[in-house]
Design a protein around this ligand. Structure first.
Ligand SMILES: [Zn+2]
Length: 303
């Protein structure tokens, strides 16, 4: 048994060593392969996973979000930036609203064709404006005056008959013209307060400005004038207004005095543009108080 068992023992020892070697090699290969697949699926390296429950805020937790843009400055309210200084219109007439609001103004109506269309468009956009009416036209179309007032717009006196040379006439003639126009407006809409006067053609004079003030009206000029009455293309009218619009601007447009089709077309663009950038408002009633007795037209005492 012993003679025959020595070679057998060697063979068993060699076979055992080979089997162990194969087992070690195969086992090492399998372990290495398993470790590799865990790494590829992210299971092998867990250093990127949240460490605490507070870190587990969802799949976007590791995205670096860009900072929020700064809030735009408010155009109304106590935090609004200061308005550009009012340089003043001709002879002390107003160029701006004195507030951040933009005021659209419509001259030379009421017109039976165009005023209702302008009103409808303003209604569509929820915008109120200021209408500078010719007294004689208001007397002819009192219902249009009432329609304008009913929609919340502000009235403005634009003289009795659009006299562009009213400023050259004497004090009594100017006052009489203004009063006549005011009576036509308040005759149509008794609740309306007439707090503004706009001189036809913008031909102001010291007499006209002072007469308006004496009747409790602010002399209303404008900052933005697209010259819509010159019948230029509507896109040019719209671009002039939208490019020149700024906080406080008074904008001059027309709802009477000729074919206002281009104005109406431009107004659609103007409203769509401006309501996204500004607050549009009618001029407030009562910016100017009647002249106290014992003062002159310029507010100086004793004359
Ligand atoms: Zn006019």
């Amino acid at each position: 048994m012993r003679a025959g068992s020595a070679p057998g023992n060697r063979r068993r020892a060699i076979i055992t060593a080979l089997v162990l070697t194969v087992v070690i090699l195969v086992g090492g290969f399998l372990l290495g392969h398993l470790a590799g697949s865990r790494s590829r699926t992210g299971l092998g390296d867990r250093s990127d996973l949240p460490k605490t429950s507070r870190d587990r805020v969802g799949p976007h937790a590791r995205l670096a979000l860009p900072p929020l843009p700064p809030r735009p400055q408010p155009i109304t309210g106590p935090d609004r930036p200061p308005l550009p200084a009012e340089k003043g219109g001709p002879f002390g007439s107003r160029l701006t609203t004195g507030t951040p609001e933009i005021a659209l103004t419509f001259d030379d109506g009421p017109d039976e064709v165009w005023t209702p269309q302008v009103l409808a468009l303003l209604r569509d956009y929820g915008v109120r404006a200021t209408f500078c009416m010719i007294g004689a036209k208001a007397a002819k179309h009192p219902q249009l005056v009432r329609d304008v007032v009913a929609d919340g717009h502000t009235l403005c006196n634009h003289s009795w008959s659009h006299d562009v040379w009213l400023g050259l006439r004497d004090e009594q003639a100017v006052l009489a013209d203004m009063r006549r126009a005011n009576e036509a407006l308040t005759g149509a809409a008794p609740s309306a307060r007439i707090s503004y006067y706009r001189q036809p053609g913008g031909n102001w004079s010291p007499v006209v400005v002072a007469a308006a003030r004496r009747l409790g009206m602010t002399a209303l000029h404008w900052r933005v004038d697209p010259n819509d009455w010159k019948l230029g293309p509507s896109y040019r009218i719209a671009a002039d207004v939208t490019e020149q619009a700024a906080p406080g601007a008074i904008v001059l447009l027309h709802d009477g005095g000729g074919d206002r089709g281009r104005t109406l077309s431009a107004l659609r663009t103007i409203l769509a543009n401006l309501i996204t950038r500004f607050h549009l408002a009618p001029l407030p009633p009562g910016m100017e108080q009647p002249r106290p007795s014992g003062t002159d037209w310029f507010g100086r005492p004793g004359q």
